[in-house]
Design a protein around this ligand. Structure first.
Ligand SMILES: [Zn+2]
Length: 82
């Protein structure tokens, strides 16, 4: 804890905003979701990498697949999928 408290919060050199890792934190906004919803509408393959599809908003993606019964769907993830 002392290590964390001894370091300054990294700030952007241009505008002074707090720098954050390029990941989605809890309750953070997922980038490019509108594009993802559009892409799955007419996909021929729904391949999921590194997600269980159990967390919003990505868990909603399969609902947007047109003709879902006709396309191949696969999940590649470290956890068991249901
Ligand atoms: Zn900046």
């Amino acid at each position: 804890m002392a290590y964390l408290l001894s370091n300054e919060i990294p700030l952007c050199n241009v505008d002074g905003a707090v720098l954050k890792p390029d990941i989605v934190l809890y309750e953070g906004k997922v980038k490019y979701m509108e594009e993802a919803y559009q892409a799955v509408c007419d996909t021929e393959l729904f391949l999921t990498l590194g997600s269980s599809l159990r967390v919003y908003p990505v868990k909603e993606l399969p609902k947007y697949i047109q003709n879902a019964h006709k396309i191949t769907k696969a999940i590649v993830n470290n956890e068991a999928n249901k």
